[in-house]
Design a protein around this ligand. Structure first.
Ligand SMILES: [Zn+2]
Length: 409
């Protein structure tokens, strides 16, 4: 199993300078080739080959180094990893409809990766260009016993340096539980409430996280009024960075506890993919904060499900989980974002909006993997509004469903 450990680095002054050079050069290479690849695409749009790929940029990097000899001071593989990151970001943009990659800015989300020649001895980590090793602290794992390190990623956060160590853990994974509707749960992630489960359990956002989020929003508002580059401005940036770090640590701890509890409790977990309902579209800050935390939570949950041998099903953001009535399948097209209660005009169901969504998420997920035979009637599926979304699955369910199932419920 691939595992990651994060440690805090304590570089000496010389190492700090070299780390900064690595951040700067990797950023430079990333931005340089982002521009090149964009330009190439614009000028070759209609050509047979409309874009540069990773290998093209790798070859061009050789020339770039001759032009800028200071790049030789940097671990060549770290520069190549920058090209890989760029390549992935562009692939996601073209094939998965994500945002177009942005130019990296100094001091914001700085990182570089090292893919090879890494060694840990005692409390020092050794990698190319850092042959005397950097002292680190802060991991419960016995890192020096790791034989096979896949990769490390060095990051900087609020003036501190960190190293994420990604390695192969010897631990064997448990065998997966069979995929079925038994002991399954749908999860609706929200803004007001952290999560609502299809069985009615609601998980509130902890108060201390709300408090820090409020503080960050206030700082950001103040910051947008301050002039760029002013002394007061940079003090403010550091302050909000520290609050962010605090928030991340709290979130991580919270995510850890909740995801562990859910993965232990349920055998099949259904969850929506990232863009939850497109909620909060007009509140950019809240949205970006919550998008990020949903992402991390989902990652944690995925990992925990893996660890405890449970199934996780993801459903697409286009599945209309909040508009369907979870009892009769009627679709309420005029449901507004502000409607907290779902009321069905057809069957009369009145239910909390998030609970209704969570029930649908569970149902959609189970239909998707074809594990609903015993639980949902063919009529229910046919009328659920899911008809036509997964025609193939529908067919197999309807074929195997018996007509006496119609009498249920
Ligand atoms: Zn209904």
């Amino acid at each position: 199993m691939i595992t990651a450990a994060k440690v805090k680095l304590y570089p000496n002054e010389g190492q700090k300078i070299l780390l900064e050079k690595h951040f700067g050069s990797c950023r430079f290479v990333y931005n340089y080739f982002l521009k090149k690849r964009d330009e190439y695409y614009i000028t070759h749009r209609d050509a047979q080959r409309s874009s540069l790929n990773y290998f093209d940029t790798n070859n061009m990097l050789i020339e770039l180094k001759k032009e800028h000899p200071w790049l030789y001071e940097i671990n060549a593989q770290s520069l190549q990893m920058s090209l890989r990151f760029l390549d992935n970001a562009l692939k996601n943009f073209f094939h998965k409809n994500t945002e177009h990659p942005k130019f990296k800015r100094k001091g914001i989300n700085e990182y570089f990766a090292v893919p090879q020649h890494i060694k840990i001895q005692g409390n020092r980590i050794y990698f190319p260009k850092f042959s005397e090793g950097i002292y680190f602290k802060g991991s419960k794992d016995k890192l020096s016993e790791i034989r096979d390190i896949n990769e490390i990623v060095i990051t900087k956060d609020s003036g501190y340096y960190y190293c994420s160590i990604i390695y192969e853990n010897e631990e064997e994974l448990p065998e997966k539980k069979p995929l079925s509707s038994e002991n399954s749960v749908g999860i609706d992630l929200g803004i007001e409430k952290f999560a609502t489960l299809s069985n009615g359990i609601a998980i509130e956002n902890p108060g201390f996280i709300k408090k820090v989020e409020k503080r960050i929003k206030r700082l950001q508002k103040q910051l947008s009024r301050k002039q760029k580059g002013s002394k007061n401005g940079s003090k403010h940036i550091l302050k909000s960075q520290k609050e962010y770090m605090k928030l991340r640590n709290m979130r991580e701890d919270f995510d850890d506890k909740i995801s562990t509890a859910i993965a232990k409790q349920y055998d099949t977990i259904v969850i929506e993919d990232l863009n939850v309902h497109g909620m909060m579209q007009n509140h950019h800050i809240s949205k970006s904060l919550s998008d990020v935390s949903f992402y991390y939570f989902k990652q944690k949950l995925e990992w925990k499900a893996e660890k405890y041998g449970k199934n996780m099903i993801e459903i697409g953001r286009f599945d209309p989980s909040s508009k369907i009535c979870s009892r009769c399948g009627n679709i309420k097209h005029d449901l507004k974002l502000s409607d907290r209660i779902y009321h069905c005009d057809v069957c009369g169901l009145t239910i909390d909006r998030d609970l209704n969504a969570a029930k649908n998420i569970r149902k959609i997920g189970l239909i998707k993997v074809g594990s609903v035979r015993s639980e949902f009637t063919p009529v229910e599926i046919a009328t659920s509004g899911l008809y036509g979304i997964y025609p193939y699955r529908q067919m197999s369910v309807v074929e195997s469903g018996s007509s006496d199932a119609l009498a249920e419920e």
